[in-house]
Design a protein around this ligand. Structure first.
Ligand code: ADP
Ligand code: ADP
Length: 240
């Protein structure tokens, strides 16, 4: 029961929009999965369900066999949202090391109860070197309001990397970045994936990016949001 699993999941929003209908997906540990499809097909909703930020009205979602809430509390999950959620009163370094300082005992306890191993997040010197590799060396003591949108996004990505999560969820993390930064961070993402055997769920609107980075592409369609194809990049599945 390791990895990420959705079984028969439906998500209806308050206004009656069926964002996901009968979605089943099994992502084995260590896979890099891209979610692609037109706007409104439920990619972000799927990610938010796995992150425990939304609840489905039907079906099951599990991460390493436990609920998304428990997995989050045990720090198994790192999330890069579509727009970076940085704390405005903390400088860059404090923002990226925040998960380390927050609730460590509570996290360990939740992990123990859920029967999973809580993860050790990166120490400050390692965080500084990650920030430098993301081109943020000069910015470590600046506040988010003193950064461009692209820089804020890089900080959010570094924070998630620094968690060294088992499951990394990313919602179009690179779309707002210039091409140089995008390439550099894509390389870092692949390094991290290699090193940690992280399971990655990656939402993108770029088919090229999906094919380049991931080993599985999940194709979704809207009205209602659903999975229409799962394509294995290295081993094309027989169709028919
Ligand atoms: P995608 O990420 O593929 O663009 P979303 O998951 O954002 O798709 O949205 C799927 C569907 O759910 C869309 O029709 C969208 O308008 C709707 N939706 C998303 N979030 C909400 C919300 N908070 N309230 C109501 N409808 C929503
Ligand atoms: P994406 O489709 O890539 O998720 P959107 O711009 O559609 O991006 O959504 C951005 C935010 O707006 C999300 O938090 C989503 O929940 C919310 N949202 C999207 N569609 C609706 C909707 N129809 N009603 C209310 N909130 C929505």
């Amino acid at each position: 029961n390791a990895g990420v699993r959705l079984h028969g999941v439906r998500k209806t929003y308050g206004d009656g929009t069926v964002a996901l209908d009968d979605v089943s997906l099994s992502v084995p540990p260590g896979r890099f999965v891209s979610l692609i499809g037109p706007s409104g097909c439920g990619k972000s909703t799927l990610l938010r369900l796995v992150a425990g930020l939304e609840a489905q009205d039907h079906g099951q979602v599990s991460v390493h066999g436990v609920s998304p809430e428990d997995a989050c509390a045990a720090k198994l999950i790192g999330l890069v949202p579509q727009t970076p959620a940085l704390l405005p009163w903390l400088d860059v370094l404090r923002n990226v090391t925040l998960p380390r300082r927050m609730n460590r005992r509570a996290a360990a306890r939740r992990a123990e109860i859920a029967g999973v191993e809580a993860r050790a997040v990166l120490q400050e010197p390692d965080m500084l070197s990650l920030l430098a590799r993301a081109g943020l060396a000069e910015a470590v003591h600046r506040l988010p309001s003193q950064l461009s949108g692209g820089m804020q996004q890089r900080v959010a990505i570094v924070r998630a990397f620094g968690l060294r999560p088992d499951v990394l969820l990313m919602d179009e993390p690179f779309s707002a970045l210039d091409e140089f930064t995008r390439e550099a961070l894509q390389e870092q993402l692949l390094d991290l994936w290699d090193e940690l055997q992280t399971t990655v769920l990656f939402v993108t609107h770029s088919i090229q990016e999906a094919v380049r980075l991931s080993d599985t592409v999940v194709v979704m369609a809207p009205d209602p949001g659903r999975v229409v194809d799962v394509i294995d990049i290295d081993l094309p599945r027989p169709r028919g």
